[in-house]
Design a protein around this ligand. Structure first.
Ligand code: HEC
Ligand code: HEC
Length: 310
């Protein structure tokens, strides 16, 4: 045997041994637990305006995954548009039920989960997005809505189902899918009077557009979103409702530079793009305000243009 080949054989054997060790480790460890960061309880002013804003945000950001069409509550359901290789996954009951929902969670515990992905029991929550840059005001609005008397959040007795993550997903949570550290401050509100800055906030903080619209979830950078590979240049491989692959669009100037604000508004609100329907999983932000659309428009026109991806 050629010496180089022998070395290769040894290296390979060693690699396999490591791999086997890793497999045993993952199987034994499962989805990891972490220390739960301690944060101050968010301040809720509980005004009607805060409930309205909270509803606006939950409708746009949480309902897609948590709204159960049978109960018409945020009581959770099986997620059918996650890759089958991840196993069977269920969104949780986040209604006010003490036993089956999150009625027993403190606001600080919910805040930590939303920002970092770590639950009150320390278990890393699967699939749930991390709202790293969500402003304290927006977070308070979401919490206020979750405590309100609106039908979606009333206590519902549907139990949250236990996740059945595949080996692959467990392995990913032991390697690349990690909690996001808390930022030193998220207090600073972004002035809606500065469209580009407000638009950036909407794209990276409030609606997480960049997560789907950059190159790959795996190379996204939650702490420095602009450093995500192919920032807003599209090409991220997602799944449609039939489980078929679909790539996200380039939303830098290369992709939508020639659009009018009205065309962007119709796309975001109704999924009506200038070239035809915009398909799932692009969300429909039906309640997006004019100020939001205009700010997103201004920001997207300002980001570095990336080449079209195919
Ligand atoms: C892409 C889908 C998705 C979106 C969007 C989403 N969630 Fe979740 N959420 C999940 C899944 C899946 C779980 C369960 C994860 C697990 O148990 O590992 C979960 C868990 C939770 C939990 C923990 C409940 C528990 O009992 O462990 C809370 C609270 C929560 N989500 C709130 C929200 C809020 C508020 C929003 C919007 C700001 C939101 N989620 C957006 C998918 C999503
Ligand atoms: C869950 C993933 C996801 C999120 C979140 C998301 N998008 Fe999309 N978006 C897509 C996909 C996938 C497409 C391509 C749809 C198609 O080809 O029919 C798309 C298409 C678009 C288009 C149409 C582009 C074209 O050339 O036709 C625009 C504009 C757009 N998204 C903007 C946004 C903005 C702005 C946000 C945040 C407010 C956002 N998207 C959030 C997945 C997402």
């Amino acid at each position: 045997m050629k010496p180089t080949l022998r070395w290769l054989g040894i290296a390979l054997g060693f690699g396999l041994l490591l791999l086997a060790g890793f497999a045993v480790f993952v199987a034994a460890r499962g989805v990891p637990h972490y220390a739960v960061p301690v944060v101050a309880a968010p301040t809720l002013t509980n005004t009607p305006a805060q409930v309205e804003l909270g509803e606006h945000l939950v409708r746009a950001s949480c309902a897609e995954c948590h709204l159960n069409k049978q109960t018409n509550r945020l009581s959770g359901h099986q997620l059918l548009d996650t890759p089958t290789e991840f196993g069977a996954l269920y969104s949780s009951n986040i209604t006010q039920s003490q036993q089956h929902g999150i009625g027993a969670w403190t606001d600080a515990e919910i805040a930590v989960l939303l920002r970092t992905g770590v639950g009150r029991d320390g278990r890393y929550r699967l699939i749930m997005p991390h709202y790293t840059y969500l402003s304290d005001d927006d977070l308070a609005a979401i919490l206020t809505f979750l405590h309100s008397d609106r039908p979606w959040v009333r206590a519902d007795p549907t139990p949250s189902r236990a996740q059945q993550p595949s080996f692959l997903l467990k392995a990913l949570t032991n390697t690349v899918m990690k909690p996001t550290p808390l930022l030193a401050s998220t207090a600073r509100p972004v002035a809606a009077s500065s469209p580009v800055a407000y638009g950036r906030y909407l794209v990276v903080g409030r609606y997480l557009c960049y997560e789907c619209h950059s190159k790959d979830f795996k190379s996204n950078n939650a702490l420095e979103p602009e450093k995500s590979a192919g920032y807003l240049g599209g090409g991220n491989l997602l799944l449609d409702q039939q489980g078929q692959p679909i790539r996200s669009a380039n939303i830098t100037g290369t992709g939508i530079g020639g659009w009018s604000p009205a065309q962007l508004a119709a796309t975001l609100r109704f999924g009506q793009g200038p070239h035809g329907p915009v398909r799932y999983p692009m969300p429909k932000y039906s309640a997006m305000t004019d100020a939001e659309v205009q700010a997103i428009y201004a920001y997207l026109q300002s980001v570095p243009r990336l080449p079209a991806v195919k």
